[in-house]
Design a protein around this ligand. Structure first.
Ligand SMILES: [Zn+2]
Length: 167
């Protein structure tokens, strides 16, 4: 079941009905996002709630996902957790955004129609760092020729093994 996330829905209907949509969105169905992913596996958990505030439709968006990005320091895959909450105005004409409260992002919905997966994809694109990197440099693999802690520990035993074999 797609929960209707891939087709346009009338925002006025969503807002007036106070609708809540919860669904798992496969990452492979987000064409603008997959370009920056090392793996298309997995899905984003989405919770969208709609209502009307000061005449305008508003969406509260919650997205949780585990993305596989490429670390730009060691060029290896890394896991990146997304746990985002945001609120957006859904405006059908560009001029309307000027009259709205600052601090809440307006999203343009042509003809008052919104595709839920587009809203989620936008959130995920904003959450992904421009230059993804492992948080701690030591998590990067192959970047440093320095001896690894394990290698240092192993060396004396490897040497001992050689000595025992020889005796
Ligand atoms: Zn790295």
């Amino acid at each position: 079941m797609t929960a209707g996330w891939s087709r346009p829905i009338d925002v006025d209907r969503l807002a007036d009905g106070g609708e809540v949509r919860e669904f798992n969105l496969p990452l492979r169905d987000l064409p603008r996002l997959v370009g920056s992913l090392a793996s298309k596996e997995g899905s984003a958990h989405c919770l969208l709630s709609f209502k009307r505030e000061r005449r305008f439709p508003v969406a509260d968006i919650e997205v949780q996902a585990e993305l596989t990005l490429i670390c730009q320091r060691c060029m290896q895959p890394m896991q990146f957790l997304v746990n985002e909450r945001s609120r957006v105005w859904l405006v059908s004409e560009p001029g309307a955004a000027d009259r709205l409260e600052a601090g809440i992002e307006p999203v343009l919905v042509p003809q008052g129609q919104v595709v839920l997966s587009d809203l989620v994809e936008e959130e995920l694109l904003l959450a992904v760092p421009l230059v993804p990197r492992h948080q701690i440099e030591s998590e990067c693999s192959g970047a440093e020729p320095e001896p690894h802690e394990d290698a240092v520990k192993q060396t004396p035993f490897a040497g001992l093994g050689e000595l025992l074999k020889r005796s």
